[in-house]
Each structure stands twice: as C-alpha cells, then as structure tokens.
Design a protein around this ligand. Structure first.
Ligand code: ASP
Length: 329
C-alpha cells in the first residue's frame, strides 16, 4: 500500500486522506467486464482541477475490491488506517463500491466511537473512464464535506447529497440517484449553492476517539414472507445454537404472524437462550411500533429496532457485540 501525495496547497488549511478500496469508480473493461484496475483511480484523480487547492493524500489499497467481496477484515483495515492517520488529517474520504457502501458506512458510523472529524464515503455508478461519470461530482462533494471542520460523523456523499452514513441505503442500480435516506433528511445538498444543513449534524462526542474493531459473529438477517419461510425461520431459530443475533425484518409496523404458535415459541426460546433478536420493518419509511397485538414482540424478548435500516441494524449489533467482547477480554 503506498501513500501518494496528489497536489499541494491547502484550502482552509484542511488536509484530507483518501482511502481507496475499489468499486466501479476506478474500474475499466477487462475481458468485456468491469474490473478494478490498480493505479487507474490515482491517475484520474490527478486530472481533477477542482482539487488543485486541496492538500490530499491517497492511500490505494493493495487488494482493490468490487465491494460485493467485502469482509470484516476490510472494515478492520479501514478503521485501523483512519485510527493510524487520525491526528495527521482533518478529514477522510473512503472510495468504495456502491453495492455494500451503506453497510460500510454503517459499520464505520458505529465503530468510530468519539469521531470528531468527517469521514465521507463515496463512489460512482459509472467509472471515471466515462466522460459522464458521476464519480467526478461525487469526489468533489466528498472532498468539500471532508473539509468541514464541524462535521463530526460518517456520511455518504452521492448525487449532490450528503447522507448520514448509518441511515442511507442503495436505492438504484442504474440511476445516478444511487442512495437515499428516507427516514432522515440529508446533511447537505450540493446545488448551485451548497446548503450545509448544520442543525442536522451530530454534536461533538463526549468520548475521546476510541474505535471498536468489528469481529465476526453469527448474525443472520431473516425477512418474513407470507405463506412460506416462517416455518423455516422457526426451525433455524430452534436448531442454530451458534447464533449470536438475528435481524428480523418484520411486516409494516413490526407485526409478525402471531397465530403461528410454533414460530412465536421459537422466537421466545431463542431470546431466552441469549440470542439477540432485533425487529426492524421491511418497509423503507417508518418505524416498528407496538400499536398492534401482532407487534407485541417486546414480551418475547425481541429488541425494537425502530426505523433502523437492515444495514444499520447489522452494523450496530456487530459493533455492540465486538465492544462487549473487547471489554470482556
Ligand atoms: N459492483 C460495484 C461495487 O460495489 C458497484 C459499484 O461500485 O457501484 O464495487
């Protein structure tokens, strides 16, 4: 892994480190399919005249990946690098594939405890080798965001908007509007003017910066479907004794088929065994409530995940379990 200095001269005295992990943005066609090509992203970045006035260093990862290949070790590497360079830079940009970007942004949001600098994740729908690539704007918006000294959080910069990292989801494979966060207003909007919605930004943390490295746990994500699957889920909960956690994607306001006694019993038994089950709704807008007889899951020991996205729920549970593991050691 090499640290490349892109240009000199500091804008607002801000120094930014770009961590380049891979993704479409730096891909080219090899054997007629898109693949990451080492060195291509840094060559393209040097052409970006808008960054002439920024002091940017680039850390290109040795193993550039399509983000569908991401594993816990990649998250550990990103967190270790941000920790290593935390005092040397004012902000960080993580260049990442869009497919699992929301998972990574959520992991970083919960793992980087006490973060007091911007960490902006971005990428592109079209590689930079295309003239019409959205990557150019996304990089520039990410760099602007990463130089905001009062932004103390992880965010995704995409298609002229800045989203809270643990609230965003990929919503399109073919439009430039690849991300949205339906339950949370954007943190910034990049139009002719940039609107920084500072009132929505997180206040500085009362913790000092003390990241938690994610560890591997047996967490599964199960989504209810009418008419089938329920018995399979019950069987899984009864038989998988290695389970640490379950993200249960329930219907509407958090309802489940309460008439299926075996299913309800399987949930209760798993909770009693210490499996952490979190109920989140399959519906993209809105929250799990306890308004219905069919949503009384608290009595079974299920945690109400409110309006968390599946990405955020998986990340939060992973980081909470990882923090518990490290405090037990
Ligand atoms: N498959 C690519 C990736 O996630 C898609 C992208 O970057 O947009 O790495």
């Amino acid at each position: 892994m090499k640290l490349i200095s892109i240009k000199s001269n500091i804008n607002n005295q801000q120094k930014i480190l770009i961590l380049y992990t891979g993704g479409t943005i730096g891909m080219n066609y090899v054997d007629n399919v898109l693949q990451v090509v080492p060195g291509l992203f840094s060559a393209q970045l040097n052409q970006l005249s808008e960054i002439n006035n920024l002091s940017i260093d680039l850390l290109e990862y040795e193993q550039l990946i399509d983000s569908s290949d991401i594993v816990i070790e990649n998250w550990q590497q990103i967190i270790n690098d941000i920790s290593k360079y935390y005092d040397s830079y004012d902000g960080f940009v993580v260049i990442h594939g869009t497919d699992t970007m929301a998972y990574t942004a959520s992991i970083l949001a919960f793992a980087l405890r006490g973060l007091e600098k911007p960490v902006i994740v971005t990428g592109a729908q079209l590689p930079l080798i295309h003239r019409r690539s959205d990557g150019w704007t996304n990089i520039i918006d990410a760099l602007f965001s990463a130089s905001q000294s009062d932004l103390n959080e992880v965010a995704i910069a995409f298609n002229n908007k800045l989203f809270r990292g643990c609230r965003a989801q990929k919503v399109s494979t073919n439009r430039f509007i690849a991300f949205d966060s339906v339950d949370e207003e954007p943190l910034a909007e990049f139009g002719i003017e940039i609107e920084w919605h500072k009132k929505r930004w997180l206040k500085p943390s009362s913790y000092s910066f003390s990241p938690i490295l994610p560890q591997k746990f047996n967490i599964i994500d199960l989504s209810l479907r009418p008419g089938f699957m329920t018995d399979f889920i019950a069987q899984t909960l009864n038989e998988q004794h290695e389970l640490d956690g379950v993200i249960l994607q329930t219907y509407g306001s958090g309802t489940i088929p309460m008439k299926n006694i075996d299913f309800v019993k399987a949930i209760k038994n798993a909770c009693d065994r210490g499996v952490i089950i979190i109920s989140i709704t399959q519906v993209s807008e809105g929250t799990v409530s306890s308004d219905y007889a069919n949503s009384q899951l608290g009595e079974l020991g299920v945690v109400n995940g409110k309006d968390m996205t599946p990405e955020a729920a998986l990340a939060k549970l992973t980081i909470l379990l990882s923090a518990q593991l490290s405090s037990n050691n």
